[in-house]
Design a protein around this ligand. Sequence first.
Ligand SMILES: [Cu+2]
Length: 138
Amino acid sequence: MGKIFAALLVIVGFVYAKPEIIIEDPWVRAVPPTAKNTALFMVIKNVGDEADILIGVKTNISKMVSIHKTVNQNGVMKMVHVDRLPVPAGKSVVLKPGGYHIMVMGLKKDIKAGDNVKFTLIFEKSGEITIKAPVKMK
Ligand SMILES: [Cu+2]
């Protein structure tokens, strides 16, 4: 009896384990009208019990969007493209200036402080999550 109950618990746990993604404090850096690029920052929180992975981002304000990481290569700060950004279960990943960020390249229109920009974040398990990020001077 005890064995069957334990087995059932394992099955139930397996079925219901899932990531639960919460996006906190998203913001886009305000840039001068001549600028072609900007970046999106946020905290990606996974309050679920399974890991998830950010695999892509979409927006219609720019030609391209890419997950970037700023790295220090022999004293020179460089940005490198990241295909997959893992968000472990119960953990948060912080996207901030000087670290991970979503690079927004080839702006199609001017953005200014106070605007809100729509982005769709694509997660491997949770699917698409649409957010509105305010444009801020920071
Ligand atoms: Cu970048």
